[in-house]
Each structure stands twice: as C-alpha cells, then as structure tokens.
Design a protein around this ligand. Sequence first.
Ligand code: PLP
Ligand code: TYF
Length: 394
Amino acid sequence: MLNALAEQPPDKILALMAAFAADPRAAKIDLGVGVYKDATGQTPVMRAVKAAERRLVADQTTKTYTGLAGDPAFAEALSLLVLGPATPADRLAMAATPGGTGAIRQGLELMRMAAPEATLWLSDPTWPNHPAIAKYLGIPVRTYRYFDAEAGAVDWDGMMADLGGAAPGDVVMLHGCCHNPTGADLTRDQWRDVAELCVARGLIPFVDIAYQGFGDGLEADAAGLRELVARVPEALIGASCSKNFGIYRERTGLLMALAPSPARLGIVQGALASLNRLNFSFPPDHGARVVQTILTDDALRADWKAELEAVRTGMRELREQLALALRERTGSDRFGFLAAHRGMFSLLGASPAQVEAMRRDHGVYMVGDSRTNIAGLNRETVPVLADAIVAAGV
Ligand code: PLP
Ligand code: TYF
C-alpha cells in the first residue's frame, strides 16, 4: 500500500523555516513563517496565558471529554470577541477546531456537504493552505483579483468585477484583517459593498480572521466583518487564537456558521458537531480553556489586551522605520505602502531571483513571493533589510 504513495508538495513557508535553521550564518534574519517575534527574536508566552495556565493547573478537576463542538463557554467568549455585542446568537452555530486551519478545513467540509456544486472564490494571492485544502476536498476554486502590485494596494475594481461573475450559492473567502500575504485590507465601506454584493448575488462569505488585534486594534480589525455579518443571511467565520494569544502549538480555533434563520440553527449546529466527530471527535481543549479564562476575567483580559496592544504598536513602528529607511536609500516613496499595510505581512514586490539574492548575499529569509514578516525585524535589522532590498535592485 505505502509503496503507492506519491511525494506530496511541501508547504513553501514551512520549508523555508528548515532552510533558515540550516543556515550557519550568525547574522541571518528570519522574515518567513508568520510567527510574532519580539525585539530579541523570541516568541514569548503572553503574561495572561501563563497566569491562566497556572490557574488551570491549580483548579481544573477533570480532563474528561468536553462536547464534540468543544466547551460552549469558549465559543461564546471568542464569538463575542470577534463579532462583538451585536452577535446574532440565535443564528450562530459554533464549534471549536484545532487552530484556525481546522476552522477553514471544517468550514470547507460544511460547504461541500451543503453545496457540493458550489465554487470557492479565493483572493489572488491568498494563504497557500486555502487552495491546498480546497483542492484536497475536491472543491472547485476560482480566484478574484485582489492586489494591485504596482500600487501596493487592494485592486478594488478588479475584485468587484471578478466577484460580479460568481454564481448564486458560491462561497467567497475573505481575510478578516491583516491580509496574508499582501498586508492590504478592505476599508469599512468596501466591506459594506462586499456585503451588498453577497446579498444581491446570493454569495456566501467565508471570513478567515487569524490576526485580530494585529492591525488597527481588536475592535477596528473586526469592524468590517461585523458590517458583513449584520447584513448577510448566511456566513462562515473561521477564527484563530494562534497569533493574538500567542498559543500557536495549542491549536485553538473556532468555526462559526451564521444560519439563515433561528429555525435552522439546530441543524447547522448538528452538522458542525458531526463534522468534528468524523474528523477527530473532540477538539483540543487546553488552549480554548486558556482563552476562555482570559476573556472572562477582567484582570487577565486587561493584561492580555495591554500586551497585545504593545505587540501591535511594535509592528506598526517597524513598518514606519522600514518605509523611512527605504525612502532615505531610494529617494522615493516607492515603499510607502509598507507603512500603510497592516499586520505581519507585506509583499515587497521582489522577483524570485531578487528574493534568492537577498537570502544568498545578506542572509535575509522571506517567502519566494517576497512576503516579508515585519515582526521578524528589530531596530538593528531594519537597515540590514533596507540595504539588502536596495542591493538586490528591488
Ligand atoms: N488563516 C490565515 C490567513 C493564516 O495566516 C493562518 C496562520 O496563522 C491561519 C488561518 C491559521 O493558523 P492556525 O491554524 O495556526 O491557527
Ligand atoms: O502564513 C504563515 O506563515 C502562518 C503560519 O501550513 C503557517 O499562517 C504557515 C503554513 C502553514 C500553517 C501555518
């Protein structure tokens, strides 16, 4: 049996992690995988997470199974963080998942179960796991224009034109904030227009929100998604706690499915629970319990928000510093988009050969499409990257 296996294509982002680890140069800089790093290059456990974990160790009395959809208290707390006080609870089915990736996977399985003929529309470009999971599940995929590389901004006209060609019942994947890999986000007005397009054409939005709190703040980053949820009859939302709680390896995520009416809620909730059972039975609990503990305790929540805010503003400052360093070196504002973008990533606009040259000559590691993890920088390495960008002729 196993002799029949073909080699699987590697995940380019994860392959880059291995190449970086194998590079013996001391001055190498990792701008690859989307993990937050502080000025010393560490990915620390957040203070509130440590405190919640200590509390769990002391107080938890059982580790028996939860429910197939995880603990409803976690789902409620996280859905409130994402969707805010206007959360339509009587229409919202929810299931905890192994990370945000698990929420994407379970959401796409739900789509295939409910609408096997529907097409999934993905932004061009998008996070590589979106098309990879859809392909694995046999879901037809089309792309919509999203990024104007010349302008370093959203190609709004192209996006609306392409989505205008989607058929009723098709699913449109959107990044809630901090678009991966471009860093270019929709404005609040544009979110409203997307919502109206979905309503007019009968499209179902699937919002992947993995970086809430990394862009303009916890509330601002979810504002567009909330505009959408207030307007559409149906939606899927996949939320990840990996980045904003820094609990990457705990695999903590939530799939939310907005049902068209309260009467359909039970059926949708049953489908989510069933899909969890068919894939892995019960979702991981530890990270979910930590998140719930933090979100429902005033002191822990305040401390978590303060630490997240410092992370966010640190990344904003690095963006400003890099844009300034490039303005000084090029005498132009060609890289001004770096300061306008949000979240961890921006596409520099370098060719694969230029990306390779930066790696070879300067030990700067970024993804082949020139996606750069801004959080991998610090005050000392910003000028090194700026020099590398100029030397490579980007
Ligand atoms: N969606 C996007 C766009 C991402 O960049 C990520 C990665 O962090 C995820 C989802 C899910 O991540 P995780 O499965 O680690 O929660
Ligand atoms: O895009 C990134 O770098 C993060 C981390 O298969 C990641 O989202 C990368 C690849 C992957 C899972 C997570």
